[in-house]
Design a protein around this ligand. Sequence first.
Ligand code: ADP
Ligand code: ZN
Length: 745
Amino acid sequence: MSGPISTSTSTPHVSGAAAGRVPVLLPYPFGEPFDYSVPAGLALAVGDYVRVPLGPRETVGVVWDAPQSRDSRIESKRLKAVAGRFDAPPMPAATRRFIEWVAAYVVAPTGAVLRMALSSTGGLEPPRASVAFRLGSVPPSLKRSHARERVLAIAADGLARSASEFADLAGCGLAVVRGLADAGALVAVSVPPRMPAADIDGAYPGPALAEDQQVAADALVAQVGSGFSVTLLDGVTGSGKTEVYFELVAAALRAGKQALVLLPEIALSAQFLQRFERRFGTRPALWHSDVSSTQRRLVWRGVAEGTTKVVVGARSALFLPFPELGAIIVDEEHESAFKQEDGVIYHARDMAIVRASIEQVPIALVSATPSLESIVNVEIGRFTKLDLPSRHAGASKPAIELVDLRKEPPPRNRFLSKTVIDAISETLARGEQAMLFLNRRGYAPLTLCRACGHRLRCPNCTAWLVEHRFHRTLLCHHCGHAERQPETCENCGTADSFAAVGPGIERIAEEAGALWPEARTILLASDTVGAGMGAGPAALDEAIRKVQAHEIDLVIGTQIVAKGHHFPMLTLVGVVDADLGLAGGDLRASERTYQLLHQVAGRAGRAERPGRVLVQTWMPEHRVMQALVSDRRDAFLRVEAEERQVARMPPYSRLAALIVSGADQAQVDQIARDLAKAAPRSDTVQVLGPAPAPLALLRGRHRRRLLLKARKDVPVQPLLRAWVDAVEIPSSIRVQIDVDPYSFL
Ligand code: ADP
Ligand code: ZN
């Protein structure tokens, strides 16, 4: 860590236990702060970011207000000293309470949660001023070119602009601007950096809302400034939920507060930003894994200073140090992507509710297919529900039909039924767009030897290797292991004997290419955006733009195309394998399949032209399929709820999982058995397992699961802590605690 450290004494001092020492929480897996001594002349306040020694290194920490630190018995003079204080606004008390609360709930060390809040330490330094240019005195001898004239005409208003701003406005190169500066016609001035989303205006006029939108928006707006509340905004796809929650953002801004909008990572598209910009006249600050470190530093700083007013981000944005939070929105609240599955395991929607409660602000959960958890919370009166029952501007809901694959099975090694093929042909003939949806990347999920039946599997995981023909590799979707397809079978030695089994979207694209050779087709998955367009958010944004601009006739994609996009000319959606998500023993398999298929179906017919959705299934009688065709979501959820209630499963009980993993199978089994013996047992708590996790081998580690199931009113955290503490865990074994598990892998 380097950089300017303020040693000024301007901050009024408040400090920990005794004078001359402070407890400092470090972003490492420690449960409590350590004490440090405070050198003379350095005044520290609770929440201050400081630089402290830790072993041979220096680290950032936060002055904490713990009642008791682990070092309280160490004499002050034997403590290490704080090395300096960062010139940054202190971490607000509500943020600190939130960090502690999350740590306690997910049974993680407080320091590990702090680490998520300190993911961009660059923001601790005051941002540097940047160089801008304004009109100087133009020397009479200046050589005049068209480009130079344009720049000078723009500069005539006397405002300072960056070189690239001038270049953009004048449509010239940076060299032109630099040339003018060298000649003295422009002079360099130093300007403070512009913080992202600093001047968003809550009074900026929005669109006229439809009547039911207005009712919902008014109800949300009324919550601002009235403390904590949770509202479920439940509206069909295309009903205009986004415009409604933008009103909540606007109301928070008008109250002088900041707002946070959480989205699943893949929904953070250019399209969303454009909509935001249309509503507010400027862009929000962005926070997700692909944001550059320079930008993150600015956003973090802007948020901490209270100048950045609106952050739109993925789940980690929840840990930003907002001093003036006024409202939180969680869009697509049912999405399992809000559950972070590694490191600190937490559910961002649930923790967002906690944050709203600590900050005493309203939170809106938004979805067309709310989670059962949220629906139940509405029923028991904990959440308020607002409905948007119809599509905006009278667009009709798409008609959903099931295609019974038992009645019309596609030919061998083909995957599209005649019904789907005919419908796509008709759609394309009308000059409209079609989409084929299959939630599986690659070419084929399984490769086997025709001679001996040998299947190609990942050496590190309990998983088949997925063929990716486009990249010419076999890939493990769990650990990323990649290999070339072998020429001979390693089991029987037969050459060229491998056969692809089942479809991934690449294989559907191959089938579509043969059926509609003239159609402009694009493949969209997280790892493949079009052919040769590369991957990543920019490529995806470009692909989405092409689809919107009707430069594409047929879209073939995974769940990446299911979310939020608005394609006015898309009138037909074909679901290749609707049963895909129903396999396996996942508690929420039906619920999730319904949500995903409903979402995909919602892509069809979002404008004037009516949409049609064809769902291929081997199980047309399954209640998920029946709920989809009859559009009876609430009846479906009621049955789902009853089943969970009978089985005493969430949301009618609590679950927590322990996952024991290690390289040595015998040792993993031993520890899992020891944990089973030490398991808490009572008439309100039950422990199941150990059982091999479905991915019994993952990244070369053997895995066993134990599942704790408790009555809803039992606080499970103390039980979990005591349980894990009761068994000595060798350092070669990892025990992960997952409170409220979502993934049963
Ligand atoms: P949802 O999020 O509920 O699926 P959207 O918010 O995406 O629905 O709205 C669907 C479409 O209708 C979008 O193109 C949106 O811009 C448009 N829209 C929604 N409300 C309005 C409004 N009040 N005025 C103009 N356009 C609107
Ligand atoms: Zn693997």
